[in-house]
Design a protein around this ligand. Structure first.
Ligand code: NDP
Ligand code: 2IT
Length: 449
């Protein structure tokens, strides 16, 4: 009896959903990859014979633990924390930590799974992991964040190490949090090592790491445009978010002569038809990293409109950069962007577009740069931070930026190699297949384990 690839995909997904109930984001992320790589697996029977897809969709392990800490009023507080060590076939586990009330095991499994493929695409020796907590840093004092980070590391340290698992930042985890986490690791281990990335320049960080995800996303979009003889210059852009990724996406767009029109946070978005320039961007950065205020304040400061509770996808622009969170751009948002003539999408966030939104972009054959390819610059420069820590050297800004550009160009080339069908490039298929082959071949090389 023969079964069609679609039936095989459905059967595989049914088993995955049954084994991982109540984890919709994880199911979504796996479905996208499985759908992409199924034709490749069909064409190369060794992968089916070794049951590689099933092996790659079960994490190596997931650690779940309690974090107990004391707030400024003396109350004892409890949070859940996690580290999902997904796959270390091609290098030590690597991936960020997220602090947000929406964090749960399923969200971190989706992020860890994405990270495996993203890290493979960078060409650097990094496995995939993700961790975090449902701790909400919003409204907490610096002292409270410090106590939480120290308490979290008091358990996490025994599971990580510079050749074992190297965490970094993500939503809610920036330079401040990495400092507290690294300090506690160093104290407990009595060893200075490159065990976290995104460290401050003063104690082992890399130049350009702060900027890398946003810069890399714009470099990736520039690569997609240049393949068609175009560039970012003179183009308008809608950007969501106003955190690390959004800020440096806007900065690189300005460097390349584009005009960013929007920024957002979980409260709503601002639309500045004159464009967000360097000065306004510096103001946003101060607002978000020092005063920790809301983006609505921008509208008052610079006299433009603020759209409460809305996302920016209805604003007409040539380029779109979802840079806040997962599933922030749905089918009707995608239709609105396509109707308004959008040419390219660069996903700074992880899985920001819903599957029916992705389908709209793919059917319209616009340049769709999915997160695991477009936003890989952040983890790539984390990898370069690890290299510099091992070498006990610091490369210049220019040197790291050149390496970042080269890595983004090589990821783009891999997407074209595996995703070009003679007419147009399917970046989803290209990225997922290219990421898969390297990990799958490594898994097979190790034998049954
Ligand atoms: P930050 O915490 O610096 O910023 C997050 C931004 O997104 C804030 O503006 C935040 O608004 C907004 N946001 C977060 N959650 C939600 C939500 N549920 N609904 C609406 N808005 C939301 O995080 P980063 O910039 O580091 O991360 C942004 C995205 O990029 C994430 O998807 C992350 O996984 C991804 N990414 C990050 C990398 C990095 O190096 N930092 C690397 C690759 C991908 P508010 O402040 O109101 O919550
Ligand atoms: O999603 C991501 O790639 C990150 N949050 C960065 C991970 C890292 O290890 O730098």
């Amino acid at each position: 009896m023969t079964t069609s690839p679609n039936a095989r995909l459905d059967a595989f997904m049914a088993r995955l959903v049954e084994r991982n109930p109540g984890e919709p984001e994880f199911h979504q992320a796996v479905h996208e990859v499985a759908h992409s790589v199924m034709p490749y697996i069909e064409a190369h029977p060794k992968y089916a014979k070794a049951n590689v897809l099933e092996r790659l969709t079960e994490p190596d392990r997931a650690i779940v633990f309690r974090v107990t800490w004391q707030d400024d009023d003396g109350n004892i507080r409890v949070n859940k924390a996690y580290r999902v060590q997904f796959n270390n076939a091609i290098g030590p586990y690597k991936g960020g930590l997220r602090f947000h009330p929406s964090v749960n095991l399923g969200v971190l499994k989706f992020l860890g799974f994405e990270q495996v493929f993203k890290n493979s695409l960078t060409g650097l020796p990094m496995g995939g992991a993700k961790g975090g907590s449902d701790f909400d840093p919003k409204g907490k004092s610096d002292d409270e964040v410090m106590r939480f980070c120290h308490a979290m590391m008091t358990e996490l340290w025994r599971h990580i190490g510079k050749d074992t698992d190297v965490p970094a930042g993500d939503i809610g985890v920036g330079a401040r949090e990495v400092g507290y986490l690294f300090g506690q690791y160093k104290r407990l281990q009595n060893q200075w090592g490159g065990v976290l990335t995104g460290k401050s320049i003063d104690y082992g960080g890399s130049l350009i790491r702060t900027e890398a995800t946003g810069y890399g996303t714009v470099y990736f979009v520039q690569e997609m445009l240049q393949r068609l003889g175009e560039s970012c210059e003179g183009k308008t852009a809608v950007v969501s978010g106003s955190g690390n990724v959004a800020t440096y996406t806007i900065e690189k767009l300005l460097h390349l002569g584009a005009k960013p029109l929007t920024a957002s946070d979980s409260g709503g978005f601002i639309y500045d038809p004159d464009g967000i320039d360097e000065e306004k961007l510096a103001w946003i950065e101060e607002l978000k990293t020092v005063r920790r205020g809301r983006i609505s304040e921008y509208a008052k400061e610079f006299g433009c409109e603020y759209f409460e509770g809305q996302r920016p996808w209805g604003i007409k622009a040539d380029l779109a950069f979802p840079s806040a969170t997962q599933n922030e751009l749905n089918e009707s948002d995608a239709k609105a962007l396509v109707k308004n003539g959008v040419q390219a999408i660069g996903e700074g966030a992880n899985m920001p577009t819903t599957p029916d939104g992705v389908k709209v972009f793919q059917d319209a054959k616009i340049l769709y740069g999915l997160g695991k390819a477009a936003n890989a610059g952040g983890v790539a420069v984390s990898g370069l931070e690890q290299s510099q820590n091992s070498l006990r050297l610091s490369w210049t800004r220019e040197e790291v930026d050149e390496r970042l550009k080269a890595i983004m160009a090589s990821i783009h080339a891999k997407c074209v190699e595996y995703g070009y069908d003679g007419d147009h490039v399917d970046y989803v298929k290209g990225a997922n297949t290219a990421g898969f082959v390297k990990i799958a071949d490594s898994v097979i090389a190790y034998g049954v384990m």
